[in-house]
Design a protein. Structure first.
Length: 205
């Protein structure tokens, strides 16, 4: 019997274990924005290692307000370095002056690098969103064998672990470099035979 909670999963059977207790990945992830747009985030990020995190459609990105706060914090620390250098000049202490200048420069450059990185992350997520969601919406999750599959095989064939699915989806969307902080997904390998010979995801995974 098909799980009644798995709306839209009628007659869908897991190719791995033959089970019918399946739900779409979208339903399994469970989070939606008020406007109905898919969003894996709860209050910024799902709990690390949770199923929602393992099936996340896209990586999180620092919002603009947080970036502004990071910039202000960096400037305050940079000012402290400038103050230390100024004290060295006033008190004729070369070590204070040199140390303060170096500290100020390092903090200023570090702050700019962080802010630019956060801005790049915010731009990268929307660019790959449509490609990621194409795979995300095509996927079904089987709770019996904890695998993800595409019923018609149009996007990939057979079953994948959540980590393999995340690797496939994020690579296709251009988020592969963001997997470096995911201890499980970063080492996942999508079997070549799982990918369709024509169409679907690029064969670079």
């Amino acid at each position: 019997m098909v799980n009644e909670s798995a709306q839209g999963a009628a007659d869908v059977m897991c190719p791995g274990c033959g089970g019918t207790t399946v739900r779409t990945v979208e339903q399994t992830s469970g989070e939606r924005t008020a406007g109905g747009k898919a969003d894996w985030r709860t209050d910024g990020k799902p709990e690390r290692g949770s199923l929602a995190d393992r099936l996340a459609v896209s990586p999180g990105a620092t919002d603009s307000f947080d970036s502004v706060m990071h910039f202000l914090e960096g400037m305050v620390l940079t000012a402290l370095g400038v103050g230390l250098a100024y004290t060295g000049v006033q008190q004729d202490k070369p070590l204070y002056m040199i140390g303060g200048v170096l500290l100020a420069v390092l903090l200023f450059v570090g702050t700019i690098v962080v802010i630019r990185g956060e801005a790049r992350e915010r731009a990268d997520v929307p660019r790959g969103e449509s490609r990621a969601e194409r795979l995300w919406r095509a996927g079904y999750y089987c709770s019996g064998c904890e695998s993800v599959f595409c019923p018609d095989g149009s996007q990939w064939q057979g079953t994948l672990t959540p980590e393999q699915f995340k690797m496939l989806m994020w690579t296709e969307a251009g988020y592969a470099d963001r997997l470096a902080h995911d201890d499980k997904a970063k080492d996942a390998t999508v079997p070549a035979e799982a990918l369709p010979r024509t169409g679907g995801p690029h064969r670079h995974v």
